[in-house]
Design a protein around this ligand. Structure first.
Ligand SMILES: *[C@@H]1O[C@H](CO)[C@@H](O)[C@H](O)[C@H]1NC(C)=O
Ligand SMILES: *[C@@H]1O[C@H](CO)[C@@H](O)[C@H](O)[C@H]1NC(C)=O
Ligand SMILES: *[C@@H]1O[C@H](CO)[C@@H](O)[C@H](O)[C@H]1NC(C)=O
Ligand SMILES: *[C@@H]1O[C@H](CO)[C@@H](O)[C@H](O)[C@H]1NC(C)=O
Ligand SMILES: *[C@@H]1O[C@H](CO)[C@@H](O)[C@H](O)[C@H]1NC(C)=O
Ligand SMILES: *[C@@H]1O[C@H](CO)[C@@H](O)[C@H](O)[C@H]1NC(C)=O
Ligand SMILES: *[C@@H]1O[C@H](CO)[C@@H](O)[C@H](O)[C@H]1NC(C)=O
Length: 409
């Protein structure tokens, strides 16, 4: 009996509350009817694009606006006289620009806040930042046609090297970079070189290079100063070369000449790929949530006057693997990204332009493997890349991997 009364009391309370809420809502609804009109802000509620304080970012803003299809259309005709809606802000109007991008751009001396106090490598970089075309002095125009099968290569190995590294190149030819048919796939190897210049007090090695190339026909050399900050130039020049000389290559490995690459493992991995995964492939040792290093003593130091912001995910430059299809798209994207002094970060920026990102694969050991496993042949079986190895170690590891008697679990 007491239970029933309590239930009844609860029900009545609930209905009272409901009624109260109904009255409240109804009342407010009635009030709103009088204010049913669109509010138009009296002033502009967006802000104009402000120039970045950092030089690289500003160049990117300029490129982004130049390639913005909406602005391009409104700019072609019907431009308004109203300052507020003029599509391209004044600061983007690059007057006094030398039409030859390969002439030193002395405007950087005033456009970069602390130009005079920057280390020389930054001055060199900034003066030539707009230049992307250097003459190809040693080319292999037919390397991708004159393969043993007559087909374009399944895998193109592009190795960043420096003129004096004769022994590294030779060790690569005798081990993981042996061109020909491997595991029933055509492999082509090229070495990417700039010039070791007299400015940097390098001895003249041109005769020795000529001899080496006459034997192996695998050197690509461009006439620019081969320096750390010019590795991005090497990247864009390689993409140029690849799209004209080797467009049929299905996959590309690009890496340094001090890494060991398990080409057999890479071929086995690629064999299992197809469809969109193969088309958009970009794998390596991926670094995420990184940004510019502000420590002046570090090789990767970048001043705030050059770049602000964070880096997109990128694959460490020791070596990464990607599809030929993506290489062609990267070539296009790179024209919309200003050169950045760190090449692997730059490639990450180009990937981001394509709305893609690199994929991490644990077979890429750019920070080496544990010391206790380094002399264990089986430790290399499942890997794709290890950094770093000497020429002798490359030959040793390759022999281990090709030993038919090698048995690993
Ligand atoms: C822009 O205007 C000029 C002159 O009024 C005209 O000749 C031209 O065809 C126009 N271009 C476009 C893309 O409408
Ligand atoms: C330019 O403006 C005129 C008149 O406002 C319009 O008819 C024409 O389509 C516009 N042209 C473009 C290219 O937007
Ligand atoms: C850029 O500036 C120059 C010189 O001040 C001027 O002649 C030109 O019309 C400007 N261009 C644009 C797109 O504002
Ligand atoms: C070798 O590859 C070709 C295509 O590249 C294929 O037709 C052939 O069957 C393969 N041979 C073997 C033994 O796997
Ligand atoms: C490379 O540098 C050397 C020395 O500075 C110079 O003689 C040569 O012309 C440059 N170019 C090439 C393609 O070797
Ligand atoms: C890059 O190469 C160009 C052409 O040789 C040279 O002028 C420039 O100083 C180089 N940049 C760096 C950072 O070494
Ligand atoms: C593999 O083992 C057999 C038998 O022990 C030996 O005769 C042969 O030489 C070995 N092969 C290699 C490449 O070491």
């Amino acid at each position: 009996m007491a239970g029933l009364r309590r239930k009844l009391k609860f029900l009545v309370t609930l209905m009272t509350v409901n009624l109260f809420i109904f009255i409240l809502v109804f009342h407010r609804g009635g009030q709103d009817k009088g204010h049913n009109k669109v509010l138009v802000p009296s002033k502009r509620f967006w802000s104009k694009l402000a120039p970045s304080q950092a030089y690289w970012n500003r160049q990117q803003q300029r490129l982004d606006l130049q390639h913005n299809p909406i602005l391009a259309a409104s700019n072609s005709n019907n431009t308004s006289d109203d300052d507020d809606v003029r599509p391209v802000p004044d600061w983007l109007n690059d007057t006094g620009l030398n039409p030859d991008p390969c002439q030193p751009d002395y405007r950087v001396t005033t456009h970069v806040k602390d130009y005079n106090s920057l280390p020389p490598r930054f001055k060199d970089f900034l003066l030539y930042m707009r230049c992307r075309s250097y003459s190809l002095v040693v080319d292999q125009p037919h390397v991708c046609q004159k393969t043993r099968t007559g087909e374009p290569p399944f895998l193109l190995l592009a190795v960043k090297s420096l003129a004096p590294h004769f022994d590294r190149r030779q060790a690569i030819r005798q081990s993981w970079g042996r061109a020909g048919v491997l595991a029933n796939r055509t492999v082509v190897t090229v070495f990417l070189l700039g010039n070791t210049t007299a400015v940097d007090h390098h001895p003249d090695l041109s005769e020795m290079l000529r001899y080496e190339n006459a034997h192996h026909r695998d050197i690509l050399q461009w006439d620019y100063r081969d320096s750390f900050f010019n590795l991005t130039v090497k990247e864009v020049l390689f993409l140029d070369w690849m799209t004209t000389r080797c467009p049929g290559a299905q996959f590309i490995f690009k890496g340094d000449d001090d890494v060991f690459v398990n080409t057999l493992r890479i071929l086995a991995f690629l064999k299992g790929l197809s469809g969109p995964r193969a088309r958009d492939l970009f794998v390596g040792d991926v670094i995420t949530n990184a940004g510019p290093n502000r420590n002046k003593k570090v090789k990767y130091f970048i001043p705030e006057s050059l770049f602000v912001g964070t880096y997109p995910p990128y694959a460490g430059g020791g070596g990464y693997l990607y599809s030929g299809d993506l290489a062609r798209r990267l070539h296009g994207a790179s024209q919309h990204v200003p050169l950045y002094p760190i090449d692997d970060v730059y490639t990450g920026m180009c990937l981001r332009k394509l709305a893609l990102g690199p994929e991490k694969h644990k077979g890429f050991k750019t920070f080496d493997i544990e010391e206790k496993y380094r002399r264990n042949p089986c430790a290399y079986k499942g890997l794709m890349l290890v950094h770093s190895r000497t020429p002798q170690e490359m030959i040793q590891i390759w022999a281990w991997l090709n030993d038919p008697n090698l048995t690993c679990q």
